[in-house]
Design a protein around this ligand. Structure first.
Ligand SMILES: NC(=O)c1ccc[n+]([C@@H]2O[C@H](COP(=O)([O-])OP(=O)(O)OC[C@H]3O[C@@H](n4cnc5c(N)ncnc54)[C@H](OP(=O)(O)O)[C@@H]3O)[C@@H](O)[C@H]2O)c1
Length: 254
């Protein structure tokens, strides 16, 4: 994966970002990365899912519609390979009016779908690969050649080096793929890496009114050394009720 300093995309105004210093190439600990919004839904006790094989529904229709609007505003949507395996998400904008608005603005109808994997252990029939447009798979070097063969015609596979990291993926998206805004939609590991690594600008946290209380289930904010401590907290920018869901939005102040 090469990261040359050329043709930087301009900073977005579609999310009206309030977080991070203005101007390209100066946010957080990575010198060049997209404006990055983390979005996830949790139970009241902080779980991203339960321990069952079925996907746990943690959102309501109004919340999902708002996430659809965030997708429509993004250049790319990124999830970890664990989420592709567990949830088989489409990662598409659903509202035809939002798709039409993207096209009218000269943008692709759908955001770029992106995942990262060390193993390449993804099903080529997953919905991640079947939507419109060609998704990106950042694969660690040992798995990259096999992944390129396995996903041929379905995805562009990028050899992301032996030390695959979210940081280098975001940098490559920004510098090489003209991605100025990324919506990261999980899962547990990716959210931890983004938060602990100071790699994101905003967090949108939707909280469902029930408990999971299963220590085997995936949690939000896995153990890590987070920069957002009591001495250096996030800034709550909004707190709203969408149906039964409480939606918090924070500047991360990396
Ligand atoms: N409630 C919500 O909003 C929400 C949203 C999304 C997901 N989820 C839940 O989250 C759970 C999945 O979380 P997860 O932690 O297992 O998966 P994840 O964070 O989506 O993906 C982790 C995987 O991504 C790859 N990866 C990420 N960073 C890497 C790095 N630096 N180097 C190498 N590989 C890297 C690895 O894939 P390989 O194993 O292929 O190497 C790793 O196993 C599911 O239960 C899902 O339902 C909930």
């Amino acid at each position: 994966m090469s990261c040359h300093l050329h043709s930087k995309p301009s900073r977005p105004d579609r999310w009206h970002p309030q977080c991070g210093p203005a101007g390209a190439g100066s946010v957080g600990s990575v010198p060049d990365r997209p404006y990055t919004l983390l979005s996830c839904a949790v139970s009241l006790d902080g779980y991203l899912d339960d321990g069952s094989p079925d996907r746990l529904i943690l959102s309501g229709p109004e919340d999902l519609d708002e996430v659809d609007a965030l997708r429509a505003a993004a250049d790319a949507i990124l999830v970890g390979a664990g989420t592709v395996r567990a949830d088989d998400p489409r990662l598409l904008v659903r509202d035809p009016a939002r798709i039409a608005a993207r096209e009218a603005a000269g943008r692709p109808p759908q955001p770029l779908r992106v995942t990262l994997t060390a193993t390449g252990d993804l099903d080529p029939a997953a919905r991640f690969f079947t939507g419109p447009g060609t998704p990106l798979v950042y694969a660690a070097s040992p798995a990259a050649a096999a992944a390129a063969g396995k996903f041929k015609g379905r995805a562009v596979v990028i050899d992301a080096g032996a030390e695959l990291s979210l940081s280098s993926v975001l940098q490559d998206l920004y510098l090489e793929r003209t991605v100025a805004t990324v919506l990261i939609e999980g899962g547990a590991r990716i959210l931890r890496d983004a938060l602990a690594g100071g790699l994101a600008d905003e967090l949108r946290l939707a909280i469902a009114p029930f408990f999971v209380a299963d220590p085997a289930a995936p949690r939000f904010a896995l153990p890590a050394a987070y920069p957002q401590t009591s001495a250096h907290p996030m800034t709550l920018t909004s707190l709203r009720q969408l149906g039964e869901i409480a939606v918090h939005r924070y500047c991360l102040n990396p």
